[in-house]
Design a protein around this ligand. Structure first.
Ligand code: GLU
Length: 515
């Protein structure tokens, strides 16, 4: 096949159907399109494929655009930009006239035909004839403009009979799809049925016709899409030929499927629910059932971590590098290095990326990004104090949503104490020893972590106490559990008065529990 793409401007499109929230696999498709466009100085176009009116879901289009925006995928042309661009409108439901014309062209050239078989009739054939398909073998025995006279056809149309337009596929022709990832995929036209291109019932084209016409008109150079569309591509090649557009046919690249974490079968929303990870970029509320599906954004992921994670699901650079900024991805991405086989959705790896990206941020940046989580947890919003506390525990954060639980004890005294820790760590002599530590602390004026540590440790040695025997009850008194960062950092952070007050309260509460 001729390669027409050498000097062609790179123009790619992400063409979602607004049938629900953008699945994480769709987000990866958008990302790969974007990386490829940017790498080649080309254009990233968004087209909305909403010709299936039955599956239209309100809010889905806005969701998709917002998700792309959150991920940092910039749109050059189409839905999501103003003005939309030279090929407006970019929403297929607004392009009916265009499709009608092209359907007309195929009809007048004898490359397509009207078919009047009712859905019930077709249903009957399917039930009666194994592997029934509408094709060269049987089209003359069915009800269409090839089997009926011109008068009959005219009359049916004049009477308002519903019809579809089907592509007249010549049998036994080898169709080659040149796929950048998969190489040459050859299929024989006899296995294809005469696909429906247009339905009079809603005056709308089907996906196949609208997709090909728009890719042509919008001068798309590369069609990068999910593997699930691979079976459509021979038909698309035939359509390019039928229109005489072979010279500008885009190059295809069908991306590998995203598989369940266990590797068997396609990743679904149910896997996310089952294993506790989102499969959508943003939270989604179903407009009908009001059911909520979690999103990466609301669950506390950083967009650049999600991008990095997605980029490596189906592509690898061939080096050991794992952390890639968007710019580095643009530079190193290579469609030819995408894998043919499905990519396991390793969500633990996704968390690992997020942890890594969080470590690169300052405490203050983390606080700003986690603002909604902090507010939801009712922590006092003092940016300086929150930033300082975050700095201390930063290496423990995986998701932004982890933050409140990790820092709350810096701001709020414990209201209860971990019972198993009390059982294990609060011994008979704890109360008396803690009282002595309390007095030692009252005398310290230089309230700094290192100084506190030196003073208290020498005091403990001097007294002949066991270090762990003091440190654990002290931590329990300040935090409520045996968790948290370096103990003396906590003392310094909460200050002398608060430290003493928390010890007093623990002595009162746990002390009396243990009597
Ligand atoms: N509308 C199709 C989808 O929802 C687009 C497939 C393609 O990119 O050709 O994914």
């Amino acid at each position: 096949m001729k390669n027409n793409n050498i000097d062609r401007r790179v123009r790619v499109r992400f063409a979602p159907s607004p049938t629900g929230p953008l699945h994480i696999g769709g987000a990866r498709t958008a990302l790969y399109n974007y990386l490829f466009a940017r790498q080649n100085g080309g254009d990233m176009i968004i087209r909305i494929e909403d010709t299936d009116s039955h599956r239209f879901v309100p809010g889905a289009e806005d969701y998709i655009i917002e998700a792309l925006h959150w991920l940092g995928i910039e749109i050059d042309e189409g839905i999501g930009t103003t003005p939309e661009g030279p090929h407006a409108p970019y929403r297929q439901s607004e392009r009916r006239d265009i499709y009608r014309n092209y359907v007309g062209q195929l009809l007048s050239e004898g490359k397509a035909y009207y078919a009047f078989d009712t859905p019930e009739e077709l249903e009957k054939y399917r039930a009666e004839i194994p592997n029934f398909q509408y094709d060269a073998q049987n089209r003359l025995s069915l009800r269409n403009s090839l089997s009926l006279t011109e008068e009959e056809v005219k009359k049916l149309i004049a009477d308002g009979t519903q019809y579809v337009v089907r592509l007249k596929i010549e049998p036994d022709v080898d169709i080659t799809v040149n796929d950048i990832i998969r190489g040459e995929v050859v299929i024989n036209s006899s296995v294809l049925d005469d696909k429906v291109l247009y339905k009079s019932a809603d005056d709308l084209p089907t996906y196949h016709l609208a997709n090909v016409v728009d890719d042509h008109l919008m001068e798309i150079s590369h069609v990068i899409r999910g593997e699930e569309w691979l079976p459509s591509s021979p038909l698309h090649v035939l359509l390019y030929r039928a229109f005489g557009w072979e010279d500008t046919m885009p190059q295809f690249a069908h991306l590998p499927l995203l598989l369940k974490p266990e590797g068997n079968g396609k990743l679904s929303k149910r896997d996310g629910d089952r294993l506790g990870f989102p499969v959508f970029p943003l939270l989604w509320t179903d407009p009908v059932t009001q059911a909520i599906s979690s999103g990466y954004r609301e669950s506390g992921y950083l967009p650049n971590a999600v991008v990095n994670f997605l980029a490596l699901l189906g592509w690898n650079s061939g080096t050991d590098q794992e952390i890639f900024s968007m710019k580095e991805l643009i530079d190193s991405f290579d469609l030819k290095k995408c894998s043919k086989s499905g990519a396991k959705f390793d969500y633990e790896k996704g968390k690992w990326f997020n942890h890594k990206y969080i470590q690169e941020l300052s405490g203050r940046d983390i606080v700003l990004l986690a603002k909604a989580h902090i507010e939801r947890a009712n922590l006092p919003y003092d940016e300086d104090r929150l930033a300082a506390a975050t700095e201390i525990i930063k290496d423990r954060i995986t998701l932004l949503s982890d933050l409140p639980a990790l820092i709350s004890f810096f701001f709020v005294a414990p209201t209860s104490y971990d019972e198993s820790a009390i059982k294990k760590r609060w011994k008979e002599d704890t109360l008396a020893q803690l009282q002595e530590v309390y007095s030692c602390l009252t005398s310290i004026t230089d309230w700094k972590s290192a100084h506190l540590e030196d003073t208290l440790k020498s005091f403990i040695t001097e007294k002949g106490f066991n270090l762990g025997g003091i440190m654990n009850p002290l931590r329990l008194s300040l935090v409520g559990a045996l968790q948290g960062p370096h103990l003396f950092d906590i003392l310094e952070f909460i200050g002398k008065d608060e430290t003493l007050a928390r010890i007093e309260k623990a002595i009162d509460t746990i002390g009396s529990l243990k009597q």
